[in-house]
Design a protein around this ligand. Structure first.
Ligand SMILES: [Zn+2]
Length: 53
């Protein structure tokens, strides 16, 4: 299953072996968490992806 990284928009494999999912990498996850902390980040569609899986 392929997903689009919510941070950089890059296509990434949704795998249990990827600890950073739904992100493609640790860097994207950390950047995303930083945005949440600043309350600048909103992607409602992201939650739909989680429910599908
Ligand atoms: Zn990414």
């Amino acid at each position: 299953m392929k997903i689009i990284c919510p941070q950089c928009g890059k296509e990434s494999e949704w795998s249990l072996e990827n600890p950073w999912r739904p992100f493609c990498s640790e860097r994207c996850k950390l950047v995303d968490l930083g945005k949440w902390a600043n309350e600048e980040y909103r992607i409602p569609a992201n939650k739909e992806q989680d429910e599908k899986d």
